[in-house]
Design a protein around this ligand. Structure first.
Ligand SMILES: C[S@@+](CC[C@H](N)C(=O)[O-])C[C@H]1O[C@@H](n2cnc3c(N)ncnc32)[C@H](O)[C@@H]1O
Length: 282
């Protein structure tokens, strides 16, 4: 396990993933009944952008820094930015909203949760887990667990609330991760068929992604929405051309909501207008 998210915090891929996460959580919070958020690969919770890791690649400069500096962002992006700014104010203890910290998925979701909601986080890396545990130490609505996120799907589903958003965001270090995800997802859906599952994935090679889509479509009965953001042209031979999110049981009109900001994000974050964006039902 070499992956540490601190090197990638606030990158274009984080911006894409977290904007969709905000759309999802806002959709689920439209109803008053409680929800449970499950984050299978939670990371550390917050990332200090002046840390050695973040400064090494400075990926945030091509992601959140650009979004914060852009004029007239779409409404959902404004909500996401407010969340990032409020978390910075709280952590830095200052009223001036500057960008020192980038919040990970647990902190972003926690910002939106109400008193009746709760969240369960799993993280396998002992060091990341220790930081995550410390970050949510005094939070009675959050449970933090050291262990395998896929086992967490078995342990924590179905949730007692019966309404749940599940983020599956692995580092894709394992060669069979795309195949494993489909198997794990299928097992999770057998335990809890009505959950909203969001799976993030890197786009490096189009053949791998097409196979992943085929496997998902074959294995899963529920509706699946795909959103992709590509900032380089296909198979550019760079490390990452883009990334995607597959959403099982997407909330009503999620596709339209994503269309309100994805073109704007692509225009801002793509490198020389390469790549593109897509939103479609599988
Ligand atoms: C992409 S990062 C997560 C980022 C986080 N979800 C966010 O959006 O801020 C993936 C995390 O998964 C952890 N990890 C790797 N394998 C895991 C496993 N089998 N179960 C749980 N966590 C795992 C890594 O240590 C890393 O912190």
């Amino acid at each position: 396990m070499n992956y540490r998210h601190g090197y990638h915090a606030g990158s274009f891929a984080d911006v894409f993933k977290h904007a969709i996460l905000v759309s999802l959580i806002q959709s689920l919070l439209k109803k008053k009944t409680a929800i449970c958020y499950l984050d299978t690969h939670a990371g550390a919770g917050y990332y200090d952008l002046i840390s050695e890791e973040a400064q090494k690649s400075k990926e945030f400069e091509a992601g959140i820094t650009k979004v914060m500096g852009a004029e007239d962002p779409p409404s959902l992006i404004r909500d996401y930015l407010s969340c990032v700014q409020q978390i910075n104010i709280r952590l830095a203890g200052s009223v001036v909203p500057s960008l020192r910290y980038y919040p990970g998925s647990p902190s972003i979701v926690r910002y939106f949760l109400r008193a009746q909601d709760r969240m369960t986080l799993t993280e396998l890396h002992p060091q990341e887990y220790r930081i995550l545990k410390k970050n949510f130490m005094r939070d009675s609505q959050t449970g933090v667990h050291l262990g395998d996120g896929y086992q967490g799907l078995k342990a924590f589903l179905p949730p007692k609330e019966r309404r749940s958003l599940i983020l599956i965001d692995p580092p894709y270090e394992r060669p069979n991760e795309f195949i494993d995800i489909v198997v794990m997802l299928l097992a999770a859906l057998k335990r809890f068929s009505s959950g909203v599952y969001a799976i993030w994935y890197p786009i490096k090679n189009r053949t791998t992604i097409n196979l992943f889509y085929q496997d998902l479509k074959k294995a899963i009965q529920q509706s699946i929405l795909i959103a992709e953001l590509n900032i380089y042209s296909t198979n550019s031979s760079l490390l990452l051309d883009g990334c995607g999110m597959a959403i099982v049981n997407p909330p009503w009109q999620l596709d339209q909501q994503i269309f309100e900001y994805l073109p704007w994000l692509w225009n801002l974050l793509s490198v020389h207008q390469q790549g593109g964006y897509r939103v479609f039902s599988l």
